[in-house]
Write a protein that binds this ligand. Structure first.
Ligand code: PPS
Length: 288
């Protein structure tokens, strides 16, 4: 399959055909949200898999069975991807669901509900780097080309789920007031325990100190790399070329510095500033 054939365009955004179909996208549009559903929303490469390790254990009051027995894409499926079709309707409440969909494409039952949302944002320069490596390993994604070319595609919103800025800004809608918790990947790196405590309060799921410690231990990068249910080792080599990159690659903040030239940085900063200029948002990475 050549690059052009790998994606479909859904309401203006490119999506890989291998995991999204007309049927799965229709399912997401017609999805019936339950009031106690918990949505984790991310632009790709911002910490989705990490949240799939933490939130199911909080929702099951500390029971580790979900992360020990179910691959991450089944235990907390993507609303818009094919596996959701045969998983979500039968799943008991409270359901944990992830999505990369922009806010404007969320189904009407989501908008009408009070279902809670955790939105994870990551430094877009690190998102870009993580995505670059992912495109080189995932055979269902278009070839990344050179880093310079990939950077231009990212800034122009030609990669999966469109522009980072549109995604982040859309999910700040005032319509979500009171039902969304915003957190950054960098905050989770700095203080995972603090993040787990925030999630448990936000979701109304009190946890013992011991359970919090266990979630932090299981959710650290090293443990996840050793968890076959979360490290994507179950995915066949024909789908992920593991020699090219690993899915759980580095798990750090600031790796962009090892990839960006001075010219890349200047170009990125100028487009970023323009796209975010009237957003009234301040992130820790905005100053450097
Ligand atoms: S995807 O394809 O959108 O589902 O990818 P996503 O899971 O959102 O993002 C993958 C990046 O998240 C990193 N990751 C972690 N970092 C730190 N700690 C933990 N526990 C963790 N789990 C996943 C993963 O390594 C990818 O980032 P990079 O920079 O490529 O390492």
């Amino acid at each position: 399959m050549n690059n052009e054939e790998k994606n479909l365009i859904y309401k203006g955004i490119p999506l890989p055909k291998e995991v999204h179909s007309a049927e799965s996208l229709k399912y997401a549009e017609d999805f019936q949200v339950r009031e106690d559903d918990v949505f984790v929303v991310t632009y790709p490469k911002s910490g989705t898999t990490w949240m799939q390790e933490i939130i199911p254990v909080i929702l099951s009051d500390g029971d580790l069975t979900p992360i020990q027995t179910m691959p991450n894409w089944e235990r907390m499926p993507w609303l818009e991807e094919m596996p959701a079709l045969h998983l979500l309707d039968a799943r008991p409440s409270p359901r944990g669901i992830v999505t990369h969909l922009p806010y404007r494409l969320m189904c009407s039952s989501f908008r009408q509900s009070k279902a809670k949302v955790i939105y994870v944002t990551r430094n877009p320069k690190d998102v870009l780097v993580s995505s670059f490596h992912f495109h080189s390993m995932a055979t269902f994604l278009e070839d990344p080309g050179t880093f310079d070319e990939f950077l231009e595609k990212f800034l122009a919103g030609k990669l999966l789920f469109g522009k980072w800025c549109d995604h982040v800004r859309g999910w700040r809608s005032s319509e979500l007031k009171g039902r969304v918790l915003y957190i950054t990947y960098e905050e989770m790196l700095e203080d995972l325990r603090g993040a787990v405590v925030k999630f448990s309060h936000f979701l109304g799921k009190p946890l013992s100190e011991e359970t919090i410690d266990t979630i932090v231990e299981k959710g650290c990068f090293k443990s996840m790399k050793n968890n076959t249910m979360s490290n994507y080792s179950l995915v066949p080599e024909g789908v992920f070329h593991k020699g090219k990159s690993e899915f759980l690659r580095k798990g750090v903040s600031g790796d962009w510095r090892n990839h960006f030239t001075a010219a890349n940085e200047e170009r990125f900063n100028s487009v970023y500033r323009e796209q975010m200029k009237d957003a009234d948002l301040k992130f820790p990475w905005d100053d450097n």
